[in-house]
Design a protein around this ligand. Structure first.
Ligand code: SF4
Length: 223
């Protein structure tokens, strides 16, 4: 499978923020978010072909009990089911980070679903495919029913909340599992957007997530 990067760090977002974890980042995505923070997995996908044994050897080289399979879109990676089954056999806690547009019966302990809001849609030739695919209610429902989940939304402007609320209501999602995260790859932008977003979380009962790695290391790969 094509792997963009494989590294040991702290989970930097969501309900497991701060937990030491090995990250397996698959390359390739069916969406093209305008603000994608890993364009080397989507707009210009890069990576190295690794076999499952090579991936598992690298995972085992680190002391973590948690592994995060992320992307790109890991649910479209060939061998994703086999990879997660092999990780489960190692008794690791598995988080899958997905945009929730494709279902696969993977082994997973926390399905971290990040449906992409209208703020993600790019201009140009990818716009139509992105807009058609970005919200797949049946896939979202199935992921939420079959797995322990969190729903993570990337919020850029207060106006984005209308779409968040309507999706949360349509999915009958538990607000305690809905996590709002400011969009941005710069600590100052995150601080500004985080201010008003934290207020919204307090008023409406959503959870707030920082982007810990930006604060600790800046917008760098492999940390
Ligand atoms: S779904 Fe994720 S990897 Fe794909 S384009 Fe959007 S932000 Fe990038």
């Amino acid at each position: 499978m094509k792997i963009a990067e494989l590294f040991y760090s702290l989970q930097w977002e969501g309900s497991l923020v701060g937990v030491p974890s090995v990250f397996i980042r698959t390359s390739g995505c069916n969406l093209r978010c305008i603000w994608c923070d890993t364009p080397y997995t989507s707009w210009q996908p890069e990576g190295t072909e690794l076999t499952l044994p090579q991936i598992l050897d690298e995972v085992k080289a680190h002391p973590a009990r948690h592994v995060v399979v992320t992307g790109g879109e890991p649910m479209i990676a060939p061998e994703i089911i086999a990879l997660t089954q092999r990780l489960r056999a190692l008794r690791l806690h598995i988080t899958i980070e997905t945009a929730g547009t494709v279902f696969q019966p993977v082994a997973c302990d926390l399905m971290s679903i990040s449906p992409k809001l209208a703020n993600s849609t790019p201009q140009g030739p990818w716009a139509a495919q992105h807009e058609r695919l970005r919200i797949q209610p049946r896939v979202l429902k199935e992921l939420m029913e079959r797995y322990d989940y969190q729903l993570k939304f990337v919020v850029e402007r207060p106006e984005d909340m209308e779409e968040v609320r309507s999706l949360v209501d349509a999915l009958a999602a538990d607000r305690g599992r809905v996590i709002l995260m400011p969009e941005g790859i710069d600590a100052e932008v995150l601080r500004q957007r985080g201010g008003w977003l934290a207020d919204i979380c307090k008023q409406e009962g959503f959870r707030f997530s920082p982007r810990l790695h930006i604060d600790l290391w800046g917008n760098r790969r492999g940390v």
